[in-house]
Design a protein around this ligand. Structure first.
Ligand code: BTN
Length: 457
């Protein structure tokens, strides 16, 4: 390639044939054209089809490229590569071997810029905007080419890989790409990042765990409570393939078909009773961080006991504590993660509010669940150890980092009277501080939180 003068983001999608290979071939052909340099490629994401839904799952990715081509030349090259990889004409949004879209295009400040200025970069150019680094976003709207791609900011399968390779990318209303992940509510479609294919190898720090596995139990929490009352040591973990009577908070049933991670950890912490709330938050951070690491999904902690991905529940945590007087005899931390769960096995009301991290049919679903289990235990171990030795400040920092509801409007229910306000902070005992409309800070230690409910002023 000769002179580079632009950077562009290309979106890739494939749902026919060997989808991964199609995307890899497309990238290789672009590189071989010598007109495009591949700078960075996101993880591969498996997604549900949009528009015409009666077709197979897609794999999607985004690549950042450098090019000397003008936008229309870049588009022509992408279309040429699609055909060479095997794309045949199909219905709009129908199944395809390979789709390559020019998502965004930035002219770079460079001595090698050709004579034309960015303002006259191409006929049909409808706008430009210069960012702090001096590169210029090119906006074009002609019958054959729209840049940025018109639906780019509506679709998780574009936003998530884009934000992965450049979280600071300018998005509408002065936002950055990364900030859209928080409110992005179509996560159900996103099931797998194959970045996780290079699973993190067994980490350190698990030596203290003793894992006992069962094909089926009533509830791993019940089994762990029984083992703990019989003297099982701190660090014993009970894992089951399925639970016949999985338990959720507030006496709810926790549906636990195979494919999920159903895990209970026995602990014997020397903690003051009022500090046990931290155990759920430690588990929440451990799970969120493991999901981010392995699945590259934007998991966040929802105080006090859930992990959400774009508003959908990915994990529930059920702590149970047994006291002797005011001393903790043991605590069991139950963790349920819908790793690769068939949605049709969940009741409709749960199906709506939860999502599975990976397709249950994925050939590596089992390895993914295993890798997640080990990563959760690794994370839990180091957070818990730090908490016992140094106190709550370290974990408080982490919870603030992972808990995206802070600063947002919430209702806390399940109390005598519901509390309306803004989730202001996490307290030193792991409770939630709500700032009410009247400016009063209310300290909540338990309750059901609903985030961002309209009608709260
Ligand atoms: C919730 O209601 O959100 C908490 C759900 C906790 C489910 C887990 S699955 C493993 C462990 N065993 C149970 O019976 N419940 C917890």
């Amino acid at each position: 390639m000769t002179a580079t003068f632009a950077r562009a983001y290309l979106g890739f999608g494939s749902n026919l044939g060997d989808r991964r290979d199609n995307i890899a071939k497309g990238l290789a052909m672009l590189r071989e054209s010598r007109k495009v340099e591949i700078v960075k490629v996101s993880s591969l994401y498996e997604t549900e089809p949009v528009g015409y839904t009666d077709q197979g799952l897609f794999l999607n990715a985004v690549a950042l490229v450098e090019t000397e081509l003008l936008p229309d030349g870049l588009l022509a090259l992408c279309k040429d590569v699609e055909v060479k990889v095997g794309r045949k004409p199909t219905v709009r949004w129908g199944p395809r071997v390979l789709d390559i879209d020019v998502l965004m295009y930035f002219a770079e400040p460079s001595d090698s810029l050709p004579n034309q200025s960015a303002d006259s970069i191409q006929a049909g150019c409808t706008g430009i905007s210069r960012n702090q680094l001096g590169s210029t976003e090119i906006k074009i709207n002609t019958p054959s080419l729209s840049i940025p791609h018109p639906r780019i900011w509506e679709r998780g399968f574009v936003i998530i890989p884009l934000a992965e390779i450049n979280p600071d990318l300018p998005a509408p209303d002065g936002c950055k790409a990364e900030s859209l992940l928080r409110d992005f509510n179509t996560w159900t479609g996103l099931q797998l990042s194959e970045a996780g294919m290079g699973w993190k190898g067994p980490g350190s720090g698990r030596d203290g765990w003793k894992i006992i596995r069962f094909p089926e139990v009533d509830s791993t929490n019940s089994v762990a409570v029984k083992f703990a009352s019989e003297g099982a040591p701190c660090g014993t973990c009970v894992i089951a393939e399925t639970q016949t009577s999985g338990r959720g908070r507030r006496g709810r049933i926790w549906h636990s078909p195979s494919g999920g991670l159903w895990l209970s950890i026995i602990l014997r912490p020397r903690l003051k009773p009022q500090d046990v709330g931290w155990l759920s938050l430690i588990a929440g951070v451990a799970v969120s961080s493991a999901i981010r690491d392995i699945f590259r999904l934007p998991a966040v902690v929802k105080w006090p006991n859930d992990v959400l991905i774009s508003g959908k529940k990915a994990c529930g945590i059920l702590p149970e504590t047994r006291f002797i007087g005011d001393r903790i005899e043991f605590a069991v931390v139950g963790i349920g993660v819908n790793v690769a769960v068939r949605k049709d096995l969940l009741p409709p009301e749960v199906r709506e509010t939860s999502g599975s991290l990976i397709s249950p049919d994925h050939p590596h679903a089992r390895e993914a669940r295993e890798a997640l289990t080990l990563a959760i235990l690794d994370n839990f171990y180091s957070l818990y150890k730090q908490f016992l030795s140094d106190g709550f400040l370290g974990i408080l920092q982490k919870v603030r980092e992972y808990c995206d509801m802070l600063g947002r409007k919430v209702i806390v229910s399940g109390l005598e009277t519901p509390i309306y306000g803004v989730a202001a902070d996490i307290a030193s005992d792991g409770g939630l501080i709500i700032r009410t409309e009247s400016g009063e800070n209310v300290h909540v230690v338990a309750g059901e939180v609903t985030i961002g409910v309209s009608g709260i002023s």
